[in-house]
Ligand binder design. Structure first.
Ligand code: F3S
Length: 754
């Protein structure tokens, strides 16, 4: 048994009373999201109504999941937390670092060779600190979590934005940065702004070519990529109950594409059946016993406009399949209008590759329905026109679908089965193309289709659709093919039609697997030594950041005054830098290289006050630090928006930046800076941004009396000898000021644990 039954029992034991208390306190019926959130308060005595979209709340998630790219920094930090074991059940999943090239076996061998050092590190840290370890090839984090760990009514965080997939099993599951994971693994509270709630009422029933994927493709078209920001999307209605559990997970998974905090479905019969099919009868029985607590109150469903901040209604009986894209997942085209859209917009009509699988769509239901089309192609003597690639989401799905002849249906039409890993979904795809400069089209059943996402090629037009539709279009090799109305000519010159896809929600002969790829940690890991080679360019043990010396900051050199948009990608780029996610010093060489310098409109070219020349940002910061001096960064509005990666805060800290002063912060980045001990300040008067001059030296005064809601004073010493005094605001509370004084939140955690 991989899941922690005692933990789940205790969650279910406490839930009814906590929900009742919350219902009384709020004096209204509760949605499912509220039931789960209010029953996971870090301090149950802090029960009060938290205003949605405004109040910050401390939660106590039940578990943590990490994928191999983000786990490296999360675990390097956790090693400095002073704990001998994680406080909540946690897992690591090796899925992101495997490159898809020729096929599962060879690609996995190559990944083991290339990433051996990283895998060994993750495995030994997991072993030592009581973390479950899923080996390379075991599967993709979210599919493995759904099959083994997700449980209705639970709350989890994961260091990957598609952690939200577990909402398909009735869980509040949220993607976070590694520093947040460290807090929860160290037994600390995890803070989140109380999300708003978007209700989606599903009526009717899916049929024919329409699938769960089309529900979320339609929702993405309605809400757009930003429409879910700061909200939980809660699905309900008889249409929701009729969807398979894995179909629900697909819908929740792609909630990340509309910016939603997470998405969730109420517990129902299909979830119960899925739990039983995946070896979790005990959980199903426990959940069945408290089913009403794992669903929204009935009064909510009767009068949803009163209880959700926004309401959408979709009739599944009328739902048409969708194809979304290119370059953004919210550009939704109903299938019937897609051929016209292709012609009108000049999208490359020839379909070069169809790809199915990934964490989004590789359930038994998905693969069996897609395989029914592959079988038809073979039986009807159709030649498949596009390349066709399948990435199973887990070894259990791969093993079962191989046993049941599903994978061979794909192989019979030329399909290539890649590793149970992210592969082409995250750009880990060695695509074999004769001409990368050609405008071309691919279609996937994945979730994201931003430019360059899958193959790094800006000429590739990526579209997203259900696995069934991807398979049909790959057979036709033509983006304008509509399998609901069009026919194809087979190898005998005969006109043939593809019948509607058919499949099984769950394997008729049950799931099976020989080696799921799981390694349980040692019961007592105290004797395990985690080795990191000092010469490694991919991993580096973290030295704790130094504590505040009790003095005001004086003579800080202005490093860069960033102009306009400065996201976490501008601060710490992804792409090739993914390789250095476990090596703070090496990845710091990308610090702010994407930010635009206000004074010359160039990126990665700033005035170095020591040499008097224009030089690269990381090199300049290093030079200032090497002289025993420190620097300050100035930014514009919404500084640090984008991903929650903590590298964007750790790199400045590592390279000697004491403070970041901006017009406004993206909240997660602001918190990350605070956690890493960088002073996060905003201009009291936004116009003071204009007073910052290129060769300024800056004093930050008032740190000895650093208090919540008390501004700090900054003195800008200009090159011509003149000075400006400005006020800077901050949002530190008492606890966060202690992080600052200790040098980082982690230093404080370690102090408390010693
Ligand atoms: Fe991996 Fe793509 Fe899912 S990167 S976790 S398969 S979104």
């Amino acid at each position: 048994m991989l899941f922690d039954l005692e933990l789940i029992k205790s969650v279910y034991k406490n839930m009814p009373a906590r929900i009742e208390a919350a219902r009384k306190n709020l004096a209204k019926p509760l949605t499912l999201s509220e039931k789960i959130l209010y029953s996971h308060l870090f301090d149950n005595n802090s029960l009060q109504e938290y205003k949605r979209g405004e109040a910050y709340v401390n939660f106590a998630p039940d578990r943590v999941a990490m994928q191999d790219a983000t786990a490296q920094m999360a675990l390097l930090q956790f090693m400095n937390a002073g704990k001998s074991k994680v406080s909540v059940p946690s897992t690591v999943h090796c899925d992101h670092l495997i490159q898809a090239s020729v096929g599962a076996d060879e690609d996995l061998k190559e990944a083991l060779l290339q990433n051996n050092e990283v895998y060994n590190f993750l495995q030994s840290v997991s072993d030592k600190y009581g973390i479950g370890f899923w080996k390379p090839g075991a599967g993709i984090i979210h599919q493995v979590v759904l099959e083994n760990y997700a449980f209705p009514g639970g709350m989890m965080i994961g260091t990957d934005s598609h952690t939200v997939n577990a909402g398909g099993l009735g869980m509040v599951a949220i993607g976070v940065g590694g520093a947040d994971a460290v807090d929860v693994m160290a037994g600390m509270a995890w803070e989140l702004k109380m999300p708003k709630l978007i209700g989606v009422k599903l009526t009717g029933r899916l049929s024919g070519w329409a699938s769960s994927k089309d529900v979320i493709l339609k929702v993405a078209g309605i809400l757009t990529v930003k429409g879910g920001t700061g909200a939980i999307v809660e699905y309900f209605g008889e249409g929701a109950d009729a969807l398979s559990c894995t179909g629900k997970a697909t819908i929740c998974n792609m909630g990340a594409e509309i910016g939603a905090t997470t998405s969730i479905f109420s517990y129902d019969k299909n979830m119960s059946t899925y739990l039983r099919h995946t070896g979790r009868e005990e959980i199903a029985e426990l959940a069945d016993d408290i089913m009403p607590h794992l669903r929204a109150d009935e009064k909510v469903a009767l009068n949803p406009e009163k209880y959700y901040d926004e309401l959408i209604e979709i009739n599944l009986s009328e739902l048409e399949p969708f194809i979304n894209g290119p370059f953004t997942p919210d550009l939704a085209h109903p299938l019937s209008g897609f051929a016209d859209a292709v012609k009108k917009n000049n999208y490359p009509q020839k379909l070069e590759v169809g790809l199915i699988g990934s964490c989004t769509n590789s359930s038994y239901e998905d693969l069996s329905r897609a395989a029914s089309l592959a079988k038809q192609a073979k039986d009807k003597n159709l030649k498949v026109k596009s390349e066709f690639i399948v990435t199973p989401g887990s070894e259990m799905v791969r093993y079962t679908t191989e046993r049941d002849g599903i994978l061979s249906e794909f192989e019979d039409i030329g399909g290539v089965i890649m590793s149970n890993a992210c592969g082409p979904c995250i750009g880990q795809w060695k695509r074999h193309t004769d001409d990368p400069t050609r405008k071309n089209s691919i279609i996937t059943s994945f979730n994201r289709n931003f430019a360059k996402r899958n193959d790094g090629n800006p000429n590739t037009h990526g579209f997203v659709a259900s696995p069934e539709l991807v398979t049909a279009l790959a057979i036709a090799g033509d983006l304008t093919f509509n399998p609901m109305t069009d026919t194809l000519i087979n190898e005998d010159g005969v006109e043939v039609r593809l019948d509607e896809p058919k499949g099984y929600e769950l394997p008729p002969h049950g799931f099976d697997v020989k080696d799921a790829g799981y390694l349980a940690p040692q019961v007592d890991g105290s004797g395990i030594k985690v080795e990191v080679n000092k010469m490694s360019d991919r991993l580096q043990l973290l030295a704790p950041f130094t504590a505040w010396d009790g003095e005001d900051y004086t003579g800080l050199k202005l490093l860069i005054k960033a102009k306009g948009k400065c996201t976490t990608d501008h601060i710490s780029m992804a792409g090739p830098w993914l390789r250095y996610r476990g090596h703070l010093d090496n990845i710091s060489n990308n610090m702010l290289i994407g930010a635009i310098n206000y004074f010359n409109d160039e990126s990665n070219s700033i005035f170095n006050p020591l040499s008097g020349k224009y030089e690269e940002v990381p090199a300049t910061a290093r030079a200032i630090k090497a002289k025993g001096l420190a620097s300050l960064v100035v930014g514009d509005e919404n500084y640090g928006e984008g991903s929650s990666r903590e590298h964007a805060a750790m790199e400045p800290r590592h390279l000697g930046i004491k403070a970041v002063l901006v017009r406004s912060f993206a909240r997660i980045h602001e918190t990350n800076l605070k956690k890493q001990g960088v002073l996060a300040l905003t201009f009291a008067n936004k116009a003071d941004y204009d007073k910052i001059q290129e060769k300024d030296e800056i004093d930050v005064l008032g740190l000895k009396e650093f208090k919540p809601e008390k501004d700090l004073t900054l003195v800008l010493k200009h090159e011509d000898g003149s000075q400006d005094e400005i006020q800077a605001c901050h949002t530190y509370n008492e606890a966060q000021i202690e992080w600052f004084k200790a040098g980082s939140a982690l230093n404080l955690i370690r102090k408390q644990n010693n």
